[in-house]
Design a protein. Structure first.
Length: 238
C-alpha cells in the first residue's frame, strides 16, 4: 500500500489509470484516501494534499463529534478565557495604556484595542505560553529521554503540535487553553515523534512508558477541544 504522511495524518494513495484528476475521500472509519492518476508524482500529491488539509481537519473534527461548541469570542466584559484549564474574566476598560494585560485575575482589554482583540490574545497566549511550554517540554524530555532542539508556539490551525525538521517542535497557542494534564499529553506525543515519526505500536510503547494514562488524556483532549476558542477565521485563505 502506498501512503503519504503529512502533519500527523496518514493518507493512503490509490492510483488508477482511469483517473484524470486528484481526489480525496474520508471513509466512515476516518481513513484518508487520495485518488490519483497513475502517473502523479509524489511531490505533486503532497502539494495538492497540503492545500486540502484545512478541509480534512474540519471533516475529521466533524466525524469525531468534536466540532467546536464554542463560538469565537466577542470580546465583551464578562466573557471568560481559559489559560491552562483555568477561566479568567475579561474586562474591557477605557483609557488603558496597554492593549491587553493579564493581572493574575482578569484580562484587561483596552476598549480601543477591541477590533484587534483576536491578535492581542493570540500574542498573549504565544508569549506567555512559550515560557511555560519550554519548561514543561524540558520536564517531559527527561522522562522520555529525548530532547527538542527548539520549542516554539504559533498558530497551527486545527493541529495541536507539529514536529519539524532538525528536532524543532511547535505547539498551537490554542493548546494553552487546556488543563496541564492534557497539554502534557500533547507535549509527550510530539516529543515521542522525535523518536518515532509514524503512528503505531512503537510510538504507543514510548507513551505507555512515559505517560501510562495517555489514552485517557487523549480522549479528554477530544472532548475538551470543543470548549475552547479556535479563532480560525484567518485560516480560510491559507
Ligand atoms: Zn502524532
Amino acid at each position: 500500500m502506498e501512503t503519504l504522511e503529512l502533519n500527523d495524518l496518514v493518507f493512503e494513495v490509490r492510483r488508477s489509470p482511469r483517473r484524470a484528476t486528484l481526489g480525496l475521500t474520508i471513509d466512515r472509519g476516518g481513513e484518508l484516501v487520495i485518488h490519483a492518476p497513475e502517473s502523479s508524482k509524489r511531490d505533486e500529491l503532497a502539494r495538492w494534499t497540503r492545500s486540502k488539509l484545512l478541509w480534512v481537519h474540519r471533516k475529521l473534527l466533524d466525524k469525531s463529534g468534536t466540532l467546536p461548541r464554542v463560538r469565537d469570542p466577542e470580546f465583551v466584559s464578562g466573557e471568560s478565557f481559559s489559560y491552562l484549564g483555568r477561566r479568567y474574566r475579561l474586562k474591557v476598560v477605557r483609557g488603558a495604556v496597554e492593549s491587553l494585560r493579564f493581572d493574575g485575575k482578569n484580562f484587561l482589554l483596552s476598549a480601543t484595542a477591541r477590533s484587534k482583540a483576536t491578535d492581542h490574545f493570540r500574542r498573549w497566549y504565544v508569549q506567555t505560553g512559550r515560557v511555560w511550554l519550554r519548561e514543561r517540554v524540558n520536564l517531559l524530555s527527561r522522562k522520555l529521554g529525548v530532547a527538542a532542539t527548539r520549542v516554539d508556539v504559533r498558530d497551527l490551525g486545527y493541529r495541536w503540535g507539529s514536529c519539524g525538521k532538525n528536532s524543532v517542535v511547535y505547539f498551537n497557542w490554542k493548546l494553552l487553553q487546556l488543563p496541564v494534564r492534557i497539554a502534557d499529553y500533547v507535549i509527550a506525543h510530539e516529543l515521542a515523534h522525535l523518536l518515532v515519526p509514524h503512528h503505531g505500536p512503537d510510538l504507543w510503547r514510548i507513551l505507555d512508558r512515559s505517560l501510562p494514562d495517555w489514552r485517557d488524556r487523549s480522549e479528554e483532549l477530544k472532548v475538551k477541544a470543543r470548549d475552547i476558542y479556535w479563532c480560525n477565521d484567518r485560516m480560510n485563505n491559507r
